[in-house]
Design a protein around this ligand. Structure first.
Ligand code: GTR
Length: 325
């Protein structure tokens, strides 16, 4: 048989197999910088389980955890191009690209986790998710990320003055640079994966994050002063490449969106438990934790709001969020 005829035969066999199963099974590649077992990783796996059941094995998700597919900022482009199908990522790396994502990242915008959940579960959250479409992405769901607080290797932070001149790692977001600068510290944008060595070599004095990330990265070993400023409740977001999403039928798209939304409850359950466990672990591991009076930090955020809440639409949205009971 000639090569060409053999190829044709193989193509035909593949087509026949396709006909027998209905369509080609697809395993979606999803990225996460967190390690296996971290709540975000497990929540996306849970979504994958739901999808596999409901699609009768046709749609699956493979979660590439531990930054196997790259650091957050780098994975955004790849997701837009469809090289990566799904991305569980924080809002902050989107801040410069998608203006609406600045809103939930604003310092002290939410009074509590309950307030954050209420806003992000409602029409405001939906309108922010919809903004991703203009950038080649489909916003599927928000996941909790707790409260971010500052930690450093030098001293406890009680007032903004204690941060003066400190080199603080931030995510690659102008909003976070502005936040840290407003407190008198030097903001150093850096990938998450480089923070441990940055702290160890004293390239930076500190960073900011929630309990589970402070714990899982072992940053508490090299920056033991954790000061509960709780300045940001910026949530995580789960997005799909629009290129990938558009390949599915309308019914499958609905199934994907529903499974993503349903994974939120799983995420919250895992998150709440992990926050407590992580806090206990870092305290036992030597972290020195202090609470702070938040008002001076809130007052210092005026320039951040002036810079990022510019037009009337944004101002209205912020007022609406603050009015939400
Ligand atoms: C974590 C978050 C990550 C990433 C990281 C960081 O809390 O889950 O997506 O944003 O912080 O600081 O880079």
């Amino acid at each position: 048989m000639s090569d060409r005829r053999m190829l044709k035969g193989a193509a035909l066999a593949a087509l026949l197999a396709l006909g027998a199963t209905g369509a080609q099974a697809q395993t979606l590649r999803s990225t996460d910088i967190h390690p296996d077992g971290y709540p975000t990783v497990e929540a996306v796996k849970h979504m994958g389980k739901l999808l596999e059941e409901r699609s009768k094995g046709k749609i699956k998700i493979n979660v590439f955890h531990s930054a196997q597919l790259g650091q957050e900022k780098d994975t955004i482009e790849q997701t837009r191009f469809g090289v990566i199908d799904m991305n569980r990522i924080n809002m902050a790396p989107f801040n410069n690209l998608i203006p609406a994502t600045n809103i939930p990242s604003l310092p002290f915008i939410f009074r509590s986790v309950a307030h954050m959940r209420k806003v992000m579960d409602g029409p405001i959250g939906d309108s922010i998710l919809a903004e991703f479409e203009k950038h080649g992405l489909v916003g599927l769901a928000f996941y909790d990320s707790g409260a971010r607080s500052f930690y450093n290797s030098k001293q406890p932070i009680n007032t903004p003055a204690d941060m003066k001149g400190m080199k603080i790692r931030v995510q690659q977001s102008d909003m976070f640079i502005s936040l840290v600068s407003a407190l008198g510290a030097n903001a150093t944008p850096m990938n998450f994966g480089e923070v441990y060595s940055g702290l160890q070599t004293k390239l930076i004095d500190g960073a900011e994050n929630n309990w589970p990330s402070y714990e899982s990265t072992k940053h508490f070993e090299v920056a033991k002063f954790y000061s509960q400023t709780e300045h940001s409740l910026s949530p995580e977001v789960l997005v799909m490449s629009k290129k990938t999403f558009d390949k599915f039928s309308a019914d499958e798209q609905k199934m994907i969106k529903a499974a993503a939304k349903e994974s939120v409850a799983k995420m919250r359950e895992l998150w709440d438990a992990r926050e407590k466990a992580s806090e206990a672990k870092v305290r036992a591991g030597g972290a020195q934790v202090n609470t702070v009076e938040k008002q001076p930090f809130i007052d210092a955020m005026k320039p951040v709001y002036e810079k990022f809440v510019k037009d009337q639409a944004m101002k209205d949205l912020v007022a609406k969020i603050q009015a939400e009971k």
